[in-house]
Design a protein around this ligand. Sequence first.
Ligand SMILES: Nc1ncnc2c1ncn2[C@@H]1O[C@H](COP(=O)(O)OP(=O)(O)O)[C@@H](O)[C@H]1O
Ligand SMILES: [Mg+2]
Length: 141
Amino acid sequence: MTDFFLKRLSFNIVANDFTVAGKSSSAIKNFLKSMGLEASVVRRIAIISYEAEINIVIHSYGGKLHCDLYEDKITIISEDTGPGIANIDLALTEGYSTAPESVRELGFGAGMGLPNMKNYSDDFEIKSSSEGTFIKISVFV
Ligand SMILES: Nc1ncnc2c1ncn2[C@@H]1O[C@H](COP(=O)(O)OP(=O)(O)O)[C@@H](O)[C@H]1O
Ligand SMILES: [Mg+2]
């Protein structure tokens, strides 16, 4: 029963809505904290889910963020509709960002989101096409 599924939390993420950006990842963080998970695991998931959420807001047409709790891991799934990532290797490069100036003025667009998501994960999977982007990240508890 190593990957026994316990619970899913799901959130709709609206593109370009900076008034609520970060709320879903914050709810995930608070829930995991209330479950009594180890602080380092909560912190890693908080960073991963925040960066995934902000990327949907900034770079996609909208999508969903899921947090799946298993007996032995927490999985974050980010799925959105277009425009997708043309070059995933480039997108994973530290400092690479296509965020427009208007978004940089709000303090986003450092190009560290995807590299950090990968660094803080135990398992990292990304698929993208012009239809959208799918990211699945696991942290073992
Ligand atoms: N969900 C997404 N949909 C489309 N493009 C994305 C998505 N997430 C990331 N990207 C692309 O990958 C680049 C790098 O992402 P990231 O490292 O989070 O940096 P930043 O968000 O600061 O630009 C983005 O600038 C964007 O071009
Ligand atoms: Mg980002």
